[in-house]
Design a protein. Structure first.
Lengths: 112, 115
């Protein structure tokens, strides 16, 4: 029973264009949603998060949108750069414990 | 401040041998998590500790796996005996209570190969 789903295993985007990574969840009790980025042979690194009481959070080229009614969030990267090529994980947390519930990841490939 | 430190970075061992993976969390963090990443199952939580006490070990695959946290700055994950299906990348992560988002900081991982 996957509570956090990333349905696209991979995504290919032209350099300079917008990358949109999607994530769906089933548990309406999640308080926070986080995006992590992972390069090969490294651990995941935190990118950006959003509280469930907000619908948008922006940090430089990265913006996360949350649609609570649809139980859907997305990460927008504008403009996409070659260094953005990585696996992106969506994760969710609830206030009852300190675990993160992880999606399966989406591999983003930025084409030159 | 140093991030999460894991050792060794790579471990190659033979089936049946004991394997010990080590983790030093970020100083002051009170949660520690052990994860396993495989192609088939993605990122799986194995066990996590709060203030050195194991809270949830339901992700530990079987009795061959054990984890300890003798103090706030050190944790081990042991596999005895190891099997080829244990081959994976094992990550340790730590976090600080009260941050709201429960952001976790990951180590570089240990790539384990069991022959």
């Amino acid at each position: 029973d996957q509570q956090v789903k990333q349905n696209s295993p991979s995504l290919s985007v032209q350099e300079g264009r917008i990358s949109i990574l999607n994530c769906d969840y089933t548990n309406s009790m999640f308080d926070y949603f986080l995006w992590y980025k992972k390069y090969p042979a490294e651990g995941p690194t935190f990118l950006i998060s959003i509280s469930s009481i907000k619908d948008k959070n922006e940090d430089g080229r990265f913006t996360v949108f949350l649609n609570k009614s649809a139980k859907h969030l997305s990460l927008h990267i504008v403009p996409s750069q070659p260094g953005d090529s990585a696996v992106y994980f969506c994760a969710a947390s609830g206030d009852s414990n300190y675990q993160l519930i992880w999606g399966a990841g989406t591999k983003l490939i930025i084409k030159p | 401040d140093a991030g999460v430190i894991q050792s060794p970075r790579h471990e190659v061992t033979e089936m049946g041998q004991e394997v010990t993976l080590r983790c030093k969390p970020i100083s002051g963090h009170d949660y520690l998590f052990w994860y396993r990443q495989t192609m088939m199952r993605g990122l799986e939580l194995l066990i996590y500790f709060n203030n050195n006490v194991p809270i949830d070990d339901s992700g530990m695959p079987e009795d061959r796996f054990s984890a300890k946290m003798p103090n706030a700055s050190f944790s081990t994950l042991k596999i005895q005996p190891s099997e080829p299906r244990d081959s994976a990348v094992y990550f340790c992560a730590s976090s600080l209570e009260g941050t709201g988002s429960n952001e976790q900081f990951f180590g570089p991982g240990t790539r384990l190969t069991v022959l």
